[in-house]
Design a protein around this ligand. Structure first.
Ligand code: 5AD
Ligand code: SF4
Length: 452
């Protein structure tokens, strides 16, 4: 049997077979792409930043909103001429869109130049699927596999050398009525704690300074495991590993956010003082229709406990504007909640109906222009709050992880423990190190500072 590497040696255009992976959507997709790159690296591939010189092109797709899907359709369509010019290149699609039958079928039919299509549950089978595509010369289409298992031991090639993702669980059981994730990523399942701890140790000794634990709802970590460890226990055990690093996590669901977790953050050594706690809507009526299992009061109780216990906590959230049946009165409840909490930053979305979810069948009488008006109002209010929040940090000295050059001569970007961007002057040799930075100025949601 020939190996993928041998077949690709014959199909390559340059010295070595080159792969190009484009990732749409959330950090879970980024983490999946890093696993795919790990598998391709073992098969002898190099990686490129553009499609032009690639022998293998893979788009890892996102289904969360219509806009994300439209971009994928447009960008895959644009590959047609490249394939015509270089018929030996292999084009593949994977990710959340491919777990939706109607979408995967449509893509498979509309884009005959795509050779391989597979969904999120088939990630561990990628080498076999690619092998079949290459060896048999046939189109391969696989979706909707078993979603109950956790597959371990898949190699990884991380994009960053000092910031990295660490998946602790997969899937979601919450079925928020607007959300497609439980349908495309399957039921919730956790990785064994010992394996997560091993991977965290490896990342820390490899020099990772900023590690984010990933899951759709990290607060329910452990429920599928025999000894039922809690997320707070896992976080505490990772935090006990020696080293100079920050530990973050996302995403937390307010319904499961325990005081034990907040105490663990407050007492932690490496855990960043940042809590990303999506509330989605400030209106109890809408939260109920969204199937979120908490109300405004419960959300504010957790936030107030976090503010009391975690000195200088930075709070961020996701918000949906224009859920079916939402009125301007409901929306005003969202505005009042963001004023009350004073978030550092927000991820804001206009509701996008997803086929197969309960919300997609609900009456949605508010016109799109009206929703856009509310959305802009939300952004204006948040800008004011973020500016105030950032201004309150002027003259503080903050520990900052230096991440990149800004593009302006001699300027660097970094991030605080609370995940706020800081711009400062400094040499690029500082990238990937922690520095103490005196905050000198606040500009909306960005800080300016000087090395101490
Ligand atoms: N429309 C708009 N936003 C959505 N989100 C999830 N589903 C939808 C949808 N159908 C948002 C939620 C979630 C974030 C990842 O994406 O705010 O927290
Ligand atoms: Fe979607 Fe809700 Fe699960 Fe988050 S918790 S992934 S919003 S269903």
């Amino acid at each position: 049997m020939r190996l993928i590497s041998q077949i690709m040696q014959e199909r390559k255009r340059g010295d070595k077979p080159v792969a190009y992976i484009r990732t749409y959507g959330c950090q879970q997709n980024v983490a999946d792409s890093e696993r795919i790159k790990g598998m391709l690296e073992i098969a002898g591939f190099e990686f490129s930043e553009t499609v032009d010189d690639a022998d293998f092109i893979l788009f890892n797709t996102c289904a969360i909103r219509e806009h994300a899907e439209d971009r994928v359709f447009g960008n895959v369509g644009a590959l047609k001429s490249l394939k015509r010019k270089h018929p030996q290149i292999v084009i593949a699609l994977c990710g959340c869109m491919m777990e939706q039958e109607h979408i995967a079928n449509k893509m498979y039919k509309s884009f005959p130049f795509v050779s391989l299509v597979f969904g999120t549950h088939s990630l561990h089978r990628f080498p076999q699927l690619l092998y079949h595509t290459l060896a048999d010369g046939k189109r391969v289409y696989e979706r909707d596999n078993d979603d109950k298992k956790v597959y371990e031991g898949i190699p990884v090639k991380r994009d960053g050398t000092f910031k990295g993702w660490l998946s602790i669980m997969y899937g979601c059981n919450n079925f928020c009525t607007y959300c497609i994730v439980p349908y495309v990523r399957g039921r919730e399942r956790s990785r064994e704690k010992s394996l997560i701890l091993d991977e965290a140790r490896q990342m820390i000794s490899a020099g990772y300074k900023d590690i984010t634990l990933l899951g759709q709802n990290v607060n329910s970590y452990g429920k599928t495991l025999a000894d039922k460890p809690t997320f707070a226990q896992l976080l505490h055990e990772i935090d006990s590993i020696d080293g100079d690093y920050w530990l973050r996590f996302m995403t937390s669901h307010p319904k499961d956010c325990s005081k034990e977790l907040i105490d663990t953050i407050a007492n932690g050594t490496h855990i960043s003082k940042h809590l990303h706690l999506p509330f989605q809507s400030g209106s109890d009526r809408i939260l109920k229709a969204m199937n979120r299992h908490y109300d405004r009061k419960k959300y504010l109780d957790i936030v107030n406990y976090a503010k009391e216990k975690i000195d200088g906590v930075s709070l961020t959230s996701d918000i949906i504007v224009g859920f079916p049946g939402e009125t301007y009165e409901d929306f005003k409840e969202t505005l009042s909640l963001i004023r009350e909490v004073e978030f550092t930053s927000l991820f804001t979305f206009i509701y996008s109906p997803r086929v197969g979810t309960p919300a997609a069948k609900m009456d949605d009488p508010i016109p799109a222009e009206e929703k856009s008006k509310w959305f802009r109002e939300l952004l204006d209010v948040q800008e004011e709050i973020a500016a105030k929040r950032c201004a309150s940090m002027v003259n503080n000295t903050e520990k900052v992880l230096i991440e990149s050059e800004t593009g302006k001569n001699g300027e660097l970007n970094g991030r605080t423990s609370g995940n706020i961007i800081v711009e400062l002057k400094g040499d690029k040799s500082l990238i990937g190190t922690f520095q103490n930075v005196k905050i000198t100025q606040a500009r909306n949601w960005i800080l300016k500072g000087e090395l101490v």
